[in-house]
Design a protein around this ligand. Structure first.
Ligand code: BGC
Length: 761
């Protein structure tokens, strides 16, 4: 690594400004005079989309492995597997001369309608954060950088370039930033990509609080922040806001604006130097990795198949799966059996090295069985009864019907949202018609986010959610259908019964350029649990060809200090006849908290592989953050003294064991009392109670008199609960009712009390 400070000293102002804007759509600006190389970046996230012509934004890309997209990856709940995928992606980056891969994306799935959900992991920040971090660590361990995106609050495609997100501070911290925070702290990505949208009225590309105060200062991010492509509106403001590199380039006018701002004194050159420093560190880091060594296409295809199989979720199985040996005739129905839908539209679109066709893969594994194919539905929105009739005729006389149902490409993509959660009318009619004549009907789904199933699920025997499964998914489906792989995927997002049930329903997509996250902390399972809304399939749910029993749940201590955390352990036994993997999930429920909290939240998980009859003890650590929430008053994470339930389960709705523990807080928190604090605030604050307690009774009695407590004529005022009424009044306002009798003004009295509280601290 050369001496970066000395390079910065030798750079002219023009060179500095030029470095902070791309040279082209996928490269940074080199400075040959000083030996500064160019950095090549490519999309991302589930494969390397490296264009044949790096000077063109939409050029054909080199063949690369198309791995499953993030919705599928998340359902593996397998951090080692994602680490391995990261390593493979790095090998492909290195082979193609790419220094930074533009991914992973870790925005939360606020609504299943978001067109880009297929590129995101989960509705849960803990799960998303763990998985993103592992992928990043794997990628970077082999010398290619990650670009964690889209930071932040980019949770819909509708008006993504301009929408202003209004979100409460707690939801922002606990839901929308936590996944990024974990990925930044644990994964240490070389770069972070800012989002297009605005947050609280300011574009994310110039959001000082987000990019500088939170990302760089609080979380210790040391790489560079790159703009999403075209997200910069004011280059000078974005530099001041913490955005280091603008992409894509070239943009001479932006370079000029920076030069003029420095010359004119409106931009401190030190700010520009800092951006230059951040970019140079990564440019040189990437240059250290040798490039050009070919990657093993077959090995990566095999890895993509393994991951795809592990991400598949067995949603329903009334016994037809795994398919038994010796089937004679199998109906293979659905356009997607021969034309697989394995990735999404937009910037993540990969030119695959090869593609496994589900029908062909089936043929290879189905032994002597005869496969009978029917298209079932067209690739567009048309309704063709003939195709349904044909499929029904075939399905009738077979042992089993496999329905390959892919959501049409036009239904979900980067750049726009879905308008509903349904399959097409033709697909629904097809599933019902085939299911009604063939009791052994299996639906295999390819889609990027939840779909609703109420209309058709009772008509079929089994449903396998195969997601956008990557180029090798066709083989992975067959592996799962025949039991070569025992399904172990669990949902990383809730499947609702219907669209109006979903958390953001009445606050989506916003209006007048603004979207209000009115549901606050309550997205995904946090919402359905809080509102007691039944779901089709809960978060964390997924079937298997075996069964697992949980026993001997234990915690390392019944009482513990917040700073020490806790370890949870449980024995898991494979009680079935075949080997399998189970995802053990740990949720935390707070018995009582000052501010509202979701009923329970995922704070740990582990995936364990077990042979039939085998038992393993799994342990899951829970740290301070597992018990903490963001308190806007203190502006920090706090874990409150008291009891918590540790819930160990096979899904969010299938809790198998519970342990209750007591947390002792070691946090010294300042008093939040002020002139506007209510009597309740004063009485609930330990120091406030000491100071204000003696006055409290006196005041309450005085109020009782004033509000008619002394009347005997049966007027309406009597009989009301004076105490409750009083508790929610501010001390200041109550004193104003009695100010004639007071020795000083209410302001002076309250300020005096506040002074005493301070002295107690
Ligand atoms: C997308 C990014 C992508 C970039 C470059 C943008 O439109 O939002 O995710 O990395 O384009 O293709």
């Amino acid at each position: 690594m050369p001496d970066i400070e000395s390079i910065i000293q030798q750079m002219t102002l023009e060179e500095k400004a030029a470095l902070c804007t791309g040279e082209g759509p996928w490269t940074t600006t080199p400075i040959p005079r000083l030996g500064v190389p160019r950095l090549v970046v490519s999309d991302g996230p589930h494969g390397v989309r490296h264009p044949v012509d790096v000077n063109q934004i939409g050029s054909l890309s080199h063949p690369a492995t198309c791995f499953p997209t993030a919705s599928s990856l998340a359902c593996t709940w397998n951090v080692e597997l994602l680490h391995g995928m990261g390593e493979a992606l790095a090998a492909e980056c290195n082979a193609l001369g790419v220094g930074v891969l533009l991914g992973p994306g870790n925005n939360m799935k606020r609504t299943p309608l978001c067109g880009r959900n297929f590129e995101y992991f989960s509705e849960d920040p803990y799960l998303g954060g763990e998985l993103a971090a592992s992928l990043i660590v794997g990628l970077q361990s082999r010398g290619a950088g990650a670009s964690l995106k889209h930071f932040a609050l980019n949770n819909q495609e509708y008006q993504r370039f301009s929408i202003n997100v209004e979100v409460g501070e707690r939801a922002m911290r606990e839901i929308y930033l936590t996944g990024f925070e974990k990925a930044v702290k644990q994964g240490k990505p070389w770069t972070v990509m800012c989002a297009y949208n605005k947050l609280h009225g300011t574009y994310c590309s110039e959001h000082y609080r987000l990019l500088v105060e939170i990302l760089k200062e609080e979380w210790g991010f040391e790489g560079f922040v790159v703009s999403d492509w075209g997200a910069v509106h004011d280059r000078v403001a974005s530099l001041q806001g913490g955005l280091d590199l603008e992409m894509p380039g070239p943009k001479p006018s932006r370079v000029q604006a920076v030069i003029q701002a420095v010359q004119g004194g409106s931009l401190d050159e030190a700010v520009l130097d800092e951006a230059v420093r951040n970019i140079l560190k990564i440019v040189y880091k990437a240059a250290e990795t040798p490039k050009g060594e070919a990657f093993d296409q077959q090995a990566h295809h095999a890895l993509a198949r393994k991951i795809a199989a592990e991400g598949m979720v067995l949603l329903k199985n009334d016994g037809v799966l795994p398919l038994r040996e010796g089937l004679r005739r199998i109906a293979v129905i659905g356009h997607a059996a021969k034309t697989p839908h394995y990735q999404g539209g937009g910037s993540s679109h990969i030119n695959p090295t090869m593609v496994a066709i589900p029908f062909d893969e089936l043929q290879q594994q189905a032994g002597d069985a005869e496969l009978l194919y029917a298209e079932g539905y067209p690739s567009d929105d048309a309704f063709c009864q003939d195709l349904i009739d044909e499929a029904v005729n075939i399905a009738k006389d077979t042992d089993v019907a496999l329905l390959y149902i892919a959501l049409p490409t036009y239904k979900e993509s980067e750049g726009y949202d879905r308008t509903d959660l349904d399959l097409t009318a033709q697909q629904i009619a097809l599933i019902k018609a085939v299911g009604d004549v063939q009791p052994n009907t299996v639906v295999i789904l390819n889609n990027g986010s939840a779909v609703v199933m109420g209309e058709w699920i009772d008509h079929v025997n089994a449903v396998l959610e195969a997601w956008m499964m990557g180029q090798a998914g066709g083989g992975a489906i067959t592996d799962v259908l025949f039991g070569k792989v025992n399904p172990s995927g669990k949902l990383a997002e809730t499947f609702p019964v219907k669209l109006p049930d979903t958390p953001a329903y009445i606050n989506y997509p916003g209006e007048n350029g603004e979207v209000l996250y009115g549901e606050g902390l309550f997205i995904g399972y946090r919402y359905y649990e809080a509102k007691h809304i039944p779901v089709q399939f809960p978060f964390g749910y997924g079937g298997s060809y075996t069964t697992f029993a949980y026993s001997n749940a234990a915690v390392s201590a019944g009482e513990f200090k917040d700073t020490d955390g806790l370890t949870v352990s449980v024995d898991v036994t494979n009680t079935g006849a075949v080997a399998g993997k189970e995802v053990v999930q740990v949720y935390v429920h707070d018995h009582k908290s000052t501010l509202v909290r979701p009923h329970k939240e995922l704070k740990g998980f582990v995936k364990v592989e077990l042979q039939p009859g085998e038992t393993k003890t799994v342990t899951i650590p829970l740290d301070f953050r597992a018990f903490a929430y963001w308190h806007p008053g203190y502006g920090q994470w706090i874990a409150e003294e008291g009891e918590f339930d540790i819930l160990i389960g096979a899904s969010s709705a299938d809790i198998r064991c519970k342990q209750t523990v007591t947390l002792h807080s070691t946090q010294e928190l300042p008093s939040l009392l002020n002139r506007e604090s209510t009597i309740r605030d004063w009485m609930e604050d330990p120091r406030g109670k000491v100071v204000f307690g003696p006055m409290f009774r006196q005041i309450a009695e005085g109020m009782g008199q004033a509000m008619g407590g002394g009347e005997t004529d049966g007027s309406e005022a009597t009989g009301i609960d004076i105490m409750t009424m009083v508790m929610d009044m501010t001390v200041m306002s109550i004193l104003h009712f009695q100010d004639a009798m007071l020795p000083a003004t209410p302001e002076q009295i309250v300020d005096g009390l506040l002074q005493q509280v301070k002295q107690l601290a």
